[in-house]
Design a protein around this ligand. Structure first.
Ligand SMILES: Cc1cc2nc3c(=O)[nH]c(=O)nc-3n(C[C@H](O)[C@H](O)[C@H](O)COP(=O)(O)OP(=O)(O)OC[C@H]3O[C@@H](n4cnc5c(N)ncnc54)[C@H](O)[C@@H]3O)c2cc1C
Length: 421
């Protein structure tokens, strides 16, 4: 049953993102239960000449949800719609969390190919921003999407798929809700697997020296550089793991994840090792105590870029203590993910959620700009149209498709208009 054309919009409510950094009060709020509710919300917004933006779980840093018009909240639109067991494809409502989807897949003998390091974001938010995990053979979540259904600016449903919609679908993969409001997505899953995880601390020099080998030897290798003794606590990294360093600062917290078929026996576990289903091992715990910026640099530039960031911290910002996270991601065929047609190495830099952090982020941004770094759309960045033009070969093509599908800019807000109109 739908909520009806007139009943779908209620007075807007104050919305905050997870970090407590972004807020807005829209004119109207819609909390849909059905696809028809979503369509009615868009039609009503059009009749009132109001813009529309959707939210998943609000885990992004920049103002990519804010709207003065109609806010469609998808946090209660989160069911599994359909499963194709033969193709291992699952169709879900956009608000389902990565964790709920991953746990559901486990019950039917499947896993997501890869996940990020939390699982409380919505699948649609993760796809729309190019959310990723780590691994040189593992692309971001936008690449796991094979089809989607959206409500466009004229209030009609549009079904798209990678198979039939070529360029349109490539442009849509990481498009921040600018093509329309997503009412379902279909993802490609893979056979269920367990993960054998190892964590240890080591000297930064050892980490970098063995980097290439560790990247090729493991399905997933990633590390957090810890500039200070207190750094690990800020990201709730575990104590008591094995350590090969005698230092307590300027060290690396290392992680490898290797997949084991679910029917294989569990390995014997040593210190710092864990073994469980992928849906259990991937997610970690974070507290909203940080402000993050993350860019992906070309793979070949990673080591020099990391060295510059480390040098900047140690010489110019010796009191900054948040971990710096480095994760490799495989290229995909999207127009606008940070990995669009280019393997990338994501470097995440964080500080306190205070104004005093901006100079550090600005200085790191200057390093990333010189290195051709592309932003994570769900984290802070300092992009301008001129920078995007240089970074994305298909930036102009993206803008053209966006204008064709939403000529009145119904699905833009100020932040996005400045970058993509
Ligand atoms: C603690 C923490 C850990 C994180 N870890 C990682 C990580 O490991 N890897 C990584 O890459 N990122 C990571 N992120 C970033 C996070 O994955 C992204 O910001 C993601 O977009 C958040 O999803 P969300 O559901 O909160 O989306 P939101 O922030 O609510 O929305 C994101 C975008 O999606 C759009 N959107 C959402 N739903 C719809 C819809 N139905 N229709 C149209 N548009 C829609 C929104 O309008 C917005 O533009 C992390 C964030 C946090 C806070």
């Amino acid at each position: 049953m739908t909520s009806g054309e007139s009943g779908i919009l209620e007075p807007g409510k104050l919305w905050w993102n997870w970090f407590g950094e972004q807020n807005f009060v829209p004119r109207y709020l819609a909390t849909p239960r059905t696809e028809e509710d979503v369509r009615q919300a868009v039609l009503k917004a059009r009749s009132l000449r109001l813009p529309v933006r959707a939210s998943g779980r609000g885990h992004s840093n920049p103002p990519i949800v804010a709207t003065p018009g109609v806010h469609i909240d998808f946090s209660r639109f989160c069911e599994v719609i359909d499963v194709d067991l033969e193709k291992r494809q699952v169709t879900v409502q956009p608000g389902i969390t990565v964790g709920d989807l991953s746990r559901y897949l486990r019950t039917i003998g499947m896993s997501l190919n890869n996940q990020g390091d939390i699982d409380t974001q919505s699948i649609c938010g993760a796809i729309a921003t190019g959310t990723h995990g780590a691994g040189i053979t593992l692309p971001c979540l936008s690449a796991q999407m094979v089809a989607a259904r959206i409500v466009t600016a004229d209030g009609s449903f549009l079904d798209m798929s990678a198979e039939k919609d070529g360029e349109l679908f490539r442009a849509f993969r990481a498009s921040l809700g600018m093509f329309g409001v997503v009412v379902s997505v279909t993802l490609q899953a893979i056979p269920s697997y367990n993960i054998h995880k190892r964590s240890w601390n080591t000297d930064t020099e050892d980490c970098i020296e063995g980097l290439q080998q560790r990247l090729t030897d493991n399905r997933t290798f990633w590390f957090f550089w810890l500039p200070q003794k207190t750094s690990a606590d800020l990201f709730v990294l575990p104590d008591g793991i094995p350590s090969t360093t005698s230092r307590d600062a300027d060290i690396c917290h290392m992680r490898t994840y290797n997949a084991v078929p679910v029917d294989d026996p569990a390995p014997e576990l040593g210190p710092g090792e864990e073994f469980d289903h992928s849906s259990v091992i991937f997610p970690n715990l974070y507290e909203p105590n940080f402000r993050e910026m993350e860019y992906a640099v070309p793979f070949a530039d990673y080591e020099e870029t990391f060295a510059e960031v480390r040098h900047l911290f140690l010489t110019q910002y010796p009191d900054e203590s948040y971990p710096v996270e480095s994760r490799p991601v495989k290229a995909d065929d999207s127009y606008l993910s940070a990995y669009a047609e280019r393997d990338g190495y994501a470097i995440g830099v964080s500080g306190k959620p205070e104004n005093s952090t901006w100079p550090l982020l600005r200085d790191v941004d200057a390093i990333f700009e010189r290195r051709g770094g592309r932003p994570h759309w769900g984290k802070h960045h300092f992009m301008t149209p001129a920078r995007l033009e240089k970074l994305y070969p298909r930036y102009d093509a993206f803008k053209k498709i966006r204008r064709e599908i939403d000529p009145d800019g119904v699905f833009l807000n100020d932040h996005l208009r400045g970058l993509f109109e």
